[in-house]
Design a protein around this ligand. Structure first.
Ligand code: AMP
Length: 545
């Protein structure tokens, strides 16, 4: 008779509840802080954070929220935002972080698609919500958080601190399954409507462990983390969860952080770890050069979302003594995919050779499988030259978009997710992103859909054709340039196009300029050939540069 071999370990669910309770026991003296413009930092302890989170959980219950209900945020980075990050999933609700930079149209679509039940909004972004308030019927309550000293709460809405003060803290958490939904984020920028990724507790649990590994960002109790990545962008790369998991000191950048605020926080608080998109670091570099800020306390900076150029990374190393950790990921990947760590035997290489490696996006994190495939779906070799679509799979990679059957084509029959990025992989496993399959424009870390802009421009009665391309910009990395062909005989100028777009798109997504051209070049099958246009305008100088 053979003895039972399987199921002899406990069936312990991988949920955020374990992280929270462990952190509460172990790190109660550790501190959190939020920047409040014009005031000293607001500081409190992990013990305060835990107590307030149990109060908020009590408030969510009192609001009648049930398992699976969506709890949305529309807010800057703050300790309050962190409390919602935890309270919502711990009571079985789904944290839904809304991006207040989206157009009213996209935001309305997203709130309605997610069927958000309650929205916690910062007072400073309330006008964004006010504009769509009548179009989001699922939202039962709006709670305002005073994020600036002079913030006011519009009549008839709840105020966060009052809600907490009146709440009864919960004394225990529901037993959740690791496959329960913990959070959701919408991706933007691809053609069609924004799509939602729903993160399970398990995905986030494993992702936090992966992100904290020494061979990843090496996040530990010793760290002071500054949260700059917006908490609505892929959960601030999951760092607020990882920080609580390990008990790091955490600083939240507060409303509208500017490069000088970042430098001041890093210098004064002796920040050891932070992350942001390259545009932020271009601005910080400029300021450090001009004003001499000391940011040498940073043991590393996570940089990603767009490619981190070699010259920028070298400047941080040589001028400020800070080595960057270049990473690639996606909202669909919770978001970590690859990290450009050097292997030990590369440390003897010349600086130039080392930074050639660091300019790639790195090798895959544990937990992430990668492959590149050609147009026919055949896997390509890791030889640094074969270029194909990057596909991924793993326990924190999206398996299907929420309530979006038309996006099934993003997944292969054999269980991989098509990233939409085009890449090479070298024999050491380092991935290089060479292009995007779609012609999206990434400005300051935000996607701008060229197709959406083109469609709007082409709806102008005097326009024949329009193609929108990304042109380089010293601050935003990329900005949209519209190339417009007027209808025969029509007289058209740039202002007319911008005026036509202004009511339809967010301000930052408006093209920087409009070029009136004779014809949009076409490919052999009659599609717009943007490659030709990109080549033509590669030396384009931004007017505000
Ligand atoms: P998001 O979901 O907004 O984070 O955008 C994900 C996309 O950003 C990826 O599919 C890439 O196209 C791009 N991206 C992220 N990190 C990098 C990087 N390090 N280098 C180049 N592109 C990147």
């Amino acid at each position: 008779m053979s003895a039972q071999l399987d199921r002899l370990m406990m069936d312990y669910p991988l949920t955020l509840t374990h992280f929270f309770e462990r952190s509460r026991r172990l790190f109660s003296k550790k501190t959190l802080a939020t920047r409040i413009p014009g005031r000293p930092l607001f500081r409190h302890t992990y013990a305060d954070f835990a107590e307030r989170t149990t109060r908020l959980a009590g408030a969510l219950r009192a609001l009648g929220l049930r398992k699976g209900d969506r709890v949305a945020t529309l807010a800057w980075n703050s300790h309050r935002h962190l409390e919602i990050y935890w309270a919502a999933p711990l009571v079985g609700c789904v944290l839904h972080t809304l991006n207040f930079r989206l157009s009213a149209q996209d935001l309305t679509y997203i709130v309605n698609h997610a069927e958000d039940a309650v929205i916690f909004a910062d007072a400073s972004v309330w006008p964004v919500l006010e504009a769509i308030r009548d179009k989001i019927p699922s939202v039962r309550r709006i709670v305002i958080m005073r994020d600036t000293p002079d913030a006011t709460v519009p009549a008839g809405l709840d105020e966060y601190e009052a809600l907490l003060a009146a709440a009864t803290p919960v004394t225990g958490w529901p037993r959740l399954a690791e496959t329960d939904a913990a959070g959701m984020c919408y991706t933007s920028g691809t053609t069609g409507s924004p799509k939602a990724v729903v993160y399970t507790h398990r995905a986030m649990f494993l992702h936090c462990l992966g992100e904290a590994l020494t061979d990843s960002f090496g996040i530990s109790e010793d760290d002071t983390i500054l949260h700059i990545v917006p908490m609505f962008h892929a959960n601030a790369w999951c760092l607020p969860f990882t920080g609580v998991m390990v008990g790091s000191t955490q600083i939240f950048a507060g409303p509208s952080p500017q490069p000088r605020d970042i430098c001041e926080l890093v210098q004064n608080e002796r920040v050891t770890f932070t992350g942001a998109v390259p545009t932020v670091w271009i601005a910080v570099k400029d300021l450090c050069e001009k004003e001499g800020w000391n940011i040498a306390s940073l043991r590393t900076i996570a940089i990603g979302g767009s490619a981190a150029p070699k010259h920028l990374q070298l400047a941080f190393k040589n001028q400020f003594g800070v080595v960057m950790s270049h990473a690639w990921g996606m909202t669909e990947m919770t978001p970590l995919g690859t990290i450009a760590r050097l292997k030990s035997y590369m440390r003897g290489w010349s600086e130039d050779a080392q930074y050639d490696v660091r300019a790639r996006v790195g090798y895959p994190s544990v937990g992430v499988d990668v492959r590149i495939v050609d147009d026919a779906g055949r896997e390509l070799p890791w030889n640094a030259t074969s270029m194909g679509e990057l596909q991924v799979r793993g326990p924190w990679v999206v398996g299907a978009y929420y309530n979006n059957p038309e996006s099934a084509a993003r997944f292969t029959e054999d269980g991989w997710f098509r990233t939409g990025d085009v890449a090479t992989i070298d024999p050491e496993g380092y991935v290089q992103i060479t292009d995007r399959t779609k012609d999206l424009i990434k400005s300051g870390g935000e996607w701008i859909s060229s197709v959406d802009l083109e469609n709007m421009i082409m709806s102008h009665p005097k326009v024949l054709e329009a193609a929108v391309i990304a042109v380089p910009h010293p601050k935003w990395v990329e900005r949209p340039l519209a190339c417009v062909v007027p209808k025969p005989g029509a007289r058209l100028d740039a202002t007319e196009i911008i005026d036509h777009l202004r009511p339809q798109v967010a301000k930052w997504a408006l093209p920087d300029d409009v070029e009136i051209i004779d014809a949009v070049p076409k490919t052999s099958v009659g599609k717009f050939d943007k490659k030709v246009l990109r080549e033509r305008y590669k030396g384009w100088k931004a007017r505000d540069a």
